[in-house]
Design a protein around this ligand. Sequence first.
Ligand code: HEC
Ligand code: HEC
Length: 437
Amino acid sequence: MTTKSLWLALAIAAAAPAPALAADPAKPLAADEYRLLPGALLGKRLFEDTTLSEPGGLSCASCHDPATAFRGNNHSTIPAVAAGSRPGVFGDRKVPSLMYMSYSPPFAFLPWPNDVTGEMEITPRGGQFWDGRALVLDDQVQGPLLNPREMNNPTKQAVVEKVRAGAYANLARDVFGEDVFDAPDVFDKLASAIASYEATPRFKLFSSRFDDWLEGRTILSDQEYRGFQAFIDKSKGNCLSCHDGGNPNEAYEGAPAPPATRDPNAPLSRNPKDWFFTDFTYDVLGAPRNMAIADNADPARFDLGLCKRPGIKDVAPENFDIDSLCGAFKTPGLRNVAASGPYLHNGVFASLRDVVAFYFTRDTNPERWYPKGADGAVLKFDDLPARYRDNVNTKQVPYDRHPGEAPRADDADIDDIVAFLKTLTDAPFVEAAAGRH
Ligand code: HEC
Ligand code: HEC
């Protein structure tokens, strides 16, 4: 823009009438806003507001990009982690997609069948973030806004003042009342608007080829179907034991129906809502350390996940072995996974095929994934301190193998599973996902 046209633009902006309500003339409704209820519209405006970071320039959408299944990294020079609002400041975990996140039940310890023995045991489940530290979506919002590595606001009040002075303040008054900015719970109200936006249908499209197949509108290719079979096969991928449907609605509406009470011989559901590809539980996978994360230059620094969730001791049952949760991260849903790399909580794998291959060869060929120490020995599970390495799940198919044994799947099976995972991409993200591979 030339200086002259800049001045012209400023003059027009100055002449524009004061912003008012949803039909804010300074920012008319975008094409994707017409059918949003006022609360969700407010949530969207907050979600996309780049003045809400310190310094400005960064919005939720900078990291959770609507064009790529609400994930991205704010043009970070380190692909595994997002760039924050200040130059040279980066996150330390992978940005998850926000698609289908509103289905995650609130964080709780509750009886859940053990994947290996089938016995019911008290298990942590649900919540938001890789370590479940936010109970539900509303509760999650303050995280990024106040996190110095992300939007870096000093206080909740600082955020509220920006909204009060901003372009859609009247919309907030319209939704929550004239006095909203003086209400003691104004921040929570704004957070609930973001959460209601995150629960709108654009975050739950069910428009993948897999959904079409479930509902009989298309067929999978031979390779995709073989991949699906390997994925569900209890002696091959066994992926459903964690990446299953997850009974998403139960926790909000009373007692859960634990999977043990489901008929194991029942035919697979054709209902897309039974396929979130996560049961929202946690597991210790033993991801290799990602040296691209600057903090990892310190050999004493470890991201221990769930056992360090703030306040975990207060919500865990008495005598629960919290240390057994060190290294555990939330099982991510696999919808849109092909559009959601890099992978695992520390973004250590750039390619989807590597994640799948890791599952099968972590224990048969650990030298493929972990570095070697000075004595030449493979440093297995190098992203955990030695005392927690026993927490890694080595009992369950597919990672119950030992060096010398055959992996539970060969290269062709792995290609098939990857082909199947690519059918889980919702229609608007197919092109973006294809560009990734
Ligand atoms: C600088 C990048 C960045 C910005 C900006 C950002 N996020 Fe995130 N978001 C992340 C990262 C990284 C995580 C995972 C962090 C963790 O688990 O510890 C995350 C996690 C989440 C989750 C949890 C998803 C899950 O799988 O449990 C939600 C929901 C979310 N963000 C919403 C938001 C909202 C709403 C905003 C704006 C108020 C926002 N984010 C701004 C990077 C960002
Ligand atoms: C015992 C539970 C369990 C089983 C079985 C399991 N997963 Fe996972 N999966 C997880 C957990 C937990 C994570 C996150 C681990 C982390 O980030 O440290 C994960 C992460 C992933 C990711 C990365 C997703 C992302 O967004 O970063 C993919 C892909 C994946 N799993 C695919 C599979 C496939 C394919 C199978 C079957 C071969 C499988 N999983 C079996 C628990 C499991």
